[in-house]
Design a protein around this ligand. Sequence first.
Ligand code: AMP
Length: 411
Amino acid sequence: MSFKTLNLNKALQKAIDEAGYTEPTLIQQRTIPVVLEQKDVIASAQTGTGKTAAFALPILQLLFSKQDAPKRSKTIKALIVSPTRELALQIAKNFKVYGKHTNLRTGVIFGGTSIEPQKDILAKGLDILIATPGRLLDLHKQDLLNLDYVEIFVLDEADLMLAMGFIDDVKKIERLCPENKQNLLFSATIPYKVEQLAKTILNTPERIDVTPSSSVLDQVSQRLYYVPKRYKIPLCLHILKTEAQGSILIFRRTKFGVDKLYERLVEFGYKVERLHGNRTQTERQNALADFKRGKVTILIATDVAARGIDIDQLDVVINFDLPNVAETYVHRIGRTGRAGHYGTTFSLCSADEKSYVKTIEAFTNIQIPVVEDHPHPLDKNAKPIIHKKKGSKHKKGRKGQGSKKKKKRWY
Ligand code: AMP
């Protein structure tokens, strides 16, 4: 199927050609015509399937048809609410790419950074606003943005929005928009809670499921390593030294875990960056930019910080900690093997995580191949290999680091 059959206008078609897209992805084929008919949509689609263009292109088309009105004042006509700053920035980037031959104005606002420049952006007037919930409500409270003219409301990554506790904010935002708007809800999976949320927002929506949440791409090779918890870092170093090649994304469950592994990899001479909720917005953006540019080859992240990040040609995903939610596993490994590329995933499973493997395998209906021949098996008699840093004596891990129990958000 070609993009031509979707009847997008010339300005959009030109941008699509320039982006090098030859045909619409499945989610785009199914979603674009429905959005163009101005119907509400609930779609289960993961990042990486082309879902941003699936809503951005028809939104641009619907708004484009009105842009020629003489000196039409810039009011927010499309509002896209996104759970994380990274995702919000990425969506905005996509809108700018696809809308570059239109004169529709796109802006993005998110928390964790100075509010002043965002006030200026809003004051200049926008057609399309991408926002994270907290900052949006903050600016609305200060009477700096008007949602009275919103015609299309998009809730992206709804499942993550709920997991991050944004449900009340989302409902509040939706109520600030006109009742008769068009509503689009995207979610990697549609669990019961998302369905309930959808019922409160959507109006007889069309349901689109293109990627069942349990599907694992064929071009992703999975490997499972059973390892004692305390030998996960040595095993990770072994994998990095012997098997993992190219651009590598490592997932850890906690921010502390990300920092700890980061320090060890830096000590061992790896070029590495990290992404988690305790880092400033600038640090996060720089980390991501350095990884995307190939300045560093390893990025360590928590799930929430990494959600939605689109990185071309990610070669390897390492699950340093196994997630206890099967969908998260699918989501993580779906970061590689995209757009026809091959990817490899390495999952490190300690004794206490064994039950997660069972849940994941039941969910995906795939038995993950186990690598038994490695230096740190989950076997009491096995003697671990101690990796030495180049040119220096091996330092023991700093005891007690991070042992202070802080009650903080884990993502
Ligand atoms: P998304 O799921 O929106 O994060 O998109 C994942 C990646 O696919 C992004 O890098 C997009 O630029 C790219 N993409 C989106 N639509 C297409 C398409 N029709 N053909 C090729 N690449 C696409």
